[in-house]
Design a protein around this ligand. Sequence first.
Ligand code: DC
Length: 202
Amino acid sequence: MSFTVAIDGPAAAGKGTISKAVAAHFGFAHLDTGLLYRAVGAKVLAGGDPVSVARALDPSDLENDALRTPAVAQAASEVAAIGDVRAALVDFQRSFARKGDGAVLDGRDIGTVICPDAEVKIFVTASAECRAERRFAELSGKGMEVTLEQVIADVKARDHRDQNRAEAPLVPAQDAVMLDTSDLDIAQAVARAVEIIAAKRR
Ligand code: DC
């Protein structure tokens, strides 16, 4: 039987790191659903039509380091507000969730819209300043020229758009376990997520 773990939360709260680590821990497949929207966003920046691009998306489009830039992140957040773009990406995510013994999907609406029946739902948060500092360290570590002020403004703009859109806005599912990582290091945050999942596996 398949076992689905839904991990949602705002930008740079630690979802990606936690999701990868718990998937490795339990031997589950992992899908970073933000990459789907980033891949659409990148193609739109290159001149594509959002809905056509989303309908034609191929898994190979996700393997692209250029999807991690702040410009693509903003474009992703913009195309993610379009209902027909979201609809085009639903089936791929749902079938991934039920593949194999278990799957971890991270995003914004996994526990609320994509997999409302997920066996485990975790909503990862952290203060906006804390998230911006982490994202700043990550981007400057990759050699990108950004300022902390720019990153704070980007994170807040994305939060606002993701939380206030009409389609599948970013909100915790009612049955999600909240995990605030503001005062946790990576190992502590992963350990807590493993504990939450292990408790549901029993
Ligand atoms: O997780 P991320 O930062 O890579 O996501 C990029 C954007 O994609 C995010 O600002 C909103 C959108 N997104 C979404 O609307 N739904 C998801 N399940 C995942 C991402």
